[in-house]
Design a protein around this ligand. Structure first.
Ligand code: ARG
Ligand code: ZN
Length: 875
């Protein structure tokens, strides 16, 4: 049943051209496709396989004549042509039912708007086609629909012609000059409002920009459009890449399985990644829209112009494009703070994935359902792998490699080897060992031992690497790991770096390359005593690092290092040490009521310096997440983590009360709302200060929360206050939730926040509350955002509620996932992965979680998606 990378064969036929004709009706859309075929000189076999699902095949003709039965056969998900001629045209007519398409793959209807999602294998739900990314065709698309229901008719490329028809109907013809794989096909038809703008590329091409949404939402699309222009400019400046058509279109729809999709010239977006307005969207939403708009735009080159040979290569386009959107966001805002945010995600989500039963390399070598591989590993760890290449080669050589990649492969469907080969050729470096990052799963663990020889004024770092086994990969070979580093002297200044055998020091920062299981690096000429090594600067590799730092050394790095990531990470280590000790106390039946002074002092120092960089300070003053703490325990201690975090927050709130109050005031902006980076930074620190004041649970803090909730003129401040009201159980909790709903019930994205906030309240009543909310009139299974807001937030972000000892959380999730699985397997399977970490919990919880997974696997008619997640979780 699985598909294997090693079984890849080039397609038997090429499909240079396809004409598609749509006669749109919600319940019976007629699709006619005319495809030209040419035998592929590199292909093998005499059969041609065309995949097709969820459609009624009405007619099939080859070169205009019906196909005799002995020339083809039909199977449940495909037709097979037996020994067709070397060149021919095939016409396929079929009928599909977009209104009944609840999987949201292929052609479906969202709030009355026809739209498509074809990546990875949705095109086969539209017509019969080879539907694999290495088959690239030129598309000509005619769309016919009811004029009043669908005044707007869109597809990829350029509008060629349009006209009216009798009976209140009309049509439009589109042509995309760039050959593309079927997963990049898109069609939209509906009653949509449009925001228009223009961008002139650096070589003078005038590009029309059109952003479509339902009329009610169009006022919230300005930020997305502005972000698009920034992204277009940035890609020219940083990568020398220009847009290549005269028209770029984005359409925002309500019902979408994930964030957005990079269809050539016609990106389709989830409204959650498009709409942004101060009163309805948080600062996070604003940044997220900017990031996703950029990500999809950047795909035009890294994905569309050069695409993937097969779906195993997914990280070729996703890892690279995520790296590019990370660079973009860093350039638009604060690089250090952006990097810390990315690291938090990698550690909280990707490291957890890498340590569980669903671990896979960034390029998997087998899958049952490719939809299950749009993961943090393929995307974010994939981006880390590109970042390591950037670190090893340096900006200039990396750019040469990128240029060479496009020079060689523009218009092709290629592999990860092709990409790394371009980097190797441009740099003259051997990246053979580096390729292991593509094939070995798991998070490498580095252990650093230090020895300082005062007589020789020499510091030796002995660095060892080891990668724990992952499913199917018991033994790992050593990785090629770049370690960006410096040495911080006792006086707090950076030391110059001279390795043994070198004639003179070279700068104060360098990149060590670890390629062996263990390696030694000796720095000499270190006058002034033993320095503290600052390692893995900028998180230069996705690894866990144990450098055996003392608390004093961590404090030294926090105070003096030049690297934002290392300073922050030193703080996180200190906090983790203190929190894990509290968890240990709790488990041993001791329940301390005070917090280790070291953590309070460290926070006090960070607060002192908060004015230097409020966004960075907000990061420094945030405690490690329960996910990150859990990863550092043999057995995840649910109650212990809760106890430790509660105590730490309360005590930090109490003992630094005055400083939090000062920070709150200093970072409160009077005057009109602004969304610029500095204003966002101040709000982040202000709301963090407010949180600690609320955690202290005194009158003054609660009064501030109340006032902020009442007066807020933006969603960031409003939601921060509401969250604190509910989280700390203030008496007006119920009333505040009710008034919030009443105020925003017409804004679906805000209603999602309302659901999500309640699903995340970490109390024992959470499972019942979530179940109760499913009966709320605003809850619906047909909108993935709503499902994720309620069920996803509960299963992924509510440690105490989801893992309640009696198993009510597990049962609820499983019941609902099984219902959802029949409607939308992709979203169902994703939620199911919350049970994947069952082995990390105590025996009691293990058996409860395992029982639910077994119930899933035993369910008749289960989707491939959910089957793969559940069965691998149990293996
Ligand atoms: N290519 C899209 C993006 O990264 C996401 C497609 C996700 N597809 C999926 N089946 N989960 O922007
Ligand atoms: Zn992407």
């Amino acid at each position: 049943e699985p598909v294997y990378l090693k079984d890849y064969r080039p397609p038997a036929f090429l499909t240079p051209e396809i004409e598609l004709d749509f006669v749109l009706e919600p319940e019976a859309t007629l699709v006619t496709s005319r495809q030209t075929f040419r035998r592929n000189p590199k292909g093998e076999g005499r059969e041609l396989v065309l995949f097709g699902e969820n459609q009624d095949l009405l007619a099939l003709t080859l070169n205009g004549a019906p196909l005799p039965p002995e020339r083809w056969r039909k199977e449940s998900d495909r037709i097979v042509l037996l020994d067709p001629p070397d060149e021919f045209t095939l016409e396929v007519r079929s009928r599909i039912d977009p209104a009944a398409n609840t999987a949201l793959m292929g052609l479906y209807i969202s709030n009355g708007v026809f739209c498509t999602q074809c990546e990875p294998e949705g095109f086969r739900r539209i017509t019969y086609f080879q539907d694999r990314p290495d088959v690239m065709a030129r598309y000509r698309v005619r769309i016919e629909a009811d004029r009043s229901a669908c005044p707007v008719l869109l597809s990829n490329g350029n509008p060629i012609d349009r006209g009216d028809l009798p009976g209140g109907r009309h049509w439009a013809l589109w042509e995309d000059p760039f050959p593309k794989p079927s997963y990049l096909f898109a069609l939209v038809a509906g009653d949509l409002a449009c925001l228009e703008d223009e961008f002139t590329t650096r070589s003078g091409r005038k590009v029309q920009l059109r952003l479509y949404s339902e009329a009610a939402n169009i006022g919230q699309c300005h930020h997305a459009l502005a972000s698009l222009k920034k992204a277009m400019k940035w890609d020219e400046d940083r990568y020398g890449l220009e847009y290549d058509l005269d028209l770029f279109q984005i359409v925002a729809v309500n019902d979408f399985n994930f964030g957005a999709m990079e269809n050539k010239g016609l990106n389709i977006f989830n409204t959650s990644a498009t709409l942004a307005r101060a009163d309805t969207s948080t600062d996070f939403d604003f940044m997220n829209v900017e990031r996703v708009i950029a990500h999809e735009y950047f795909h035009n080159w890294t994905g569309d112009r050069v695409t993937c040979r097969d779906w195993f290569q997914l990280t070729l386009k996703e890892g690279l494009t995520v790296f590019r959107d990370q660079q973009f966001s860093a350039d638009m805002h604060s690089p250090g703070v952006k990097r810390i945010g990315d690291v938090v995600f990698i550690r909280d989500v990707q490291f957890a994935e890498d340590a569980g039963p669903l671990a896979h390399p960034i390029r998997p070598d087998r899958y049952i359902e490719i939809n299950n591989f749009y993961t943090a590993t393929v995307y974010q760890k994939g981006a880390e792998v590109i970042r390591m290449l950037h670190t090893l080669l340096g900006e200039e050589t990396y750019r040469k490699g990128i240029d060479l990649y496009f020079q060689r492969h523009d218009g092709q469907a290629v592999t990860c080897e092709d990409f790394v080969q371009a980097m190797a050729d441009a740099s003259g470096r051997d990246l053979g060992q580096f390729m292991r990052w593509y094939s070995q799963a798991g998070t490498p663990e580095l252990e650093v031992r230090r020895r300082f020889d005062p007589d020789r004024q020499a510091l030796t770092l002995e660095i060892a690497q080891r990668t724990p086994p992952t499913p199917g990969q018991e033994e790992k070979l050593p990785f090629h790991i770049p370690i960006r580093m410096g040495l911080i002297g006792r006086d707090g200044t950076p030391r110059r770096l001279q390795l043994e055998g070198e004639n003179e020091p070279k700068g104060t920062e360098r990149v060590l390359e670890l390629t062996e299981p263990a390696q030694r690096f000796t720095f000499i000429g270190l006058e002034g005593g033993e320095p503290v090594p600052s390692l893995l600067r900028g998180f230069s590799a996705p690894v866990k690092l144990d450098a055996g730092y003392s608390d004093d050394e961590l404090a030294h790095l926090m105070a003096h290092d030049t690297d934002d990531f290392v300073r922050w990470d030193a703080g996180q280590r200190l906090a983790s040490n203190v929190l894990l000790a509290l968890v240990g106390d709790h488990a041993a039946g001791r329940a301390p009521s005070t917090l280790d002074r070291r953590l309070i002092d460290a926070f006090a120092k960070s607060l002192d310096r908060a004015g230097e960089d409020p966004a960075f300070a907000a990061r420094m003053l945030s405690l490690p997440s329960s996910s990150y703490l859990g990863q550092q325990m043999q057995v995840i201690d649910v109650e212990g983590i809760r106890f430790a975090l509660d105590l730490a927050r309360r005590e930090l709130g109490r003992s630094l009360h005055g400083a939090w109050l000062a920070a709150y005031r200093a970072n409160t902006d009077e005057g009109p709302f602004s969304i610029d980076t500095a204003a966002i930074a101040r709000r982040s620190l202000k709301n963090l200060a407010l949180a600690y004041l609320a955690y202290a649970r005194d009158e003054e803090g609660q009064a501030l929360v109340r006032t902020q909730y009442a007066r807020a003129d933006n969603m960031t401040d409003c939601l921060s206050a509401l969250r604190l009201i509910t989280e700390t159980g203030m008496p007006e909790s119920e009333a505040a939730l009710a008034s919030f709903y009443e105020k925003w019930e017409k804004e679906p994205l805000v209603v999602n926040k309302w659901f999500s906030l309640q699903a995340m309240i970490e109390d024992e009543a959470a499972p019942e509350r979530v179940e109760h909310l499913m009966a709320h009139p605003a809850f619906t299974w047909s909108n993935p955002n709503r499902v994720r807001a309620l069920l996803g937030s509960f299963a992924m972000m509510n440690l105490v509620g989801f893992h309640r000892r009696d198993g009510a959380g597990y049962r609820l999730l499983t019941d609902k996932v099984l219902e959802l699985d029949r409607r939308n397997p992709q979203v169902a399977a994703r939620l199911l992965s919350a049970l994947g970490r069952w082995r990390r919990f105590d025996e009691h919880r293990q058996s409860l979680m395992r029982a639910e997974l077994e119930r899933v696997v035993a369910t008749p008619g289960l989707s491939r998606d959910s089957y793969e997640i559940a069965s691998k979780s149990l293996a």
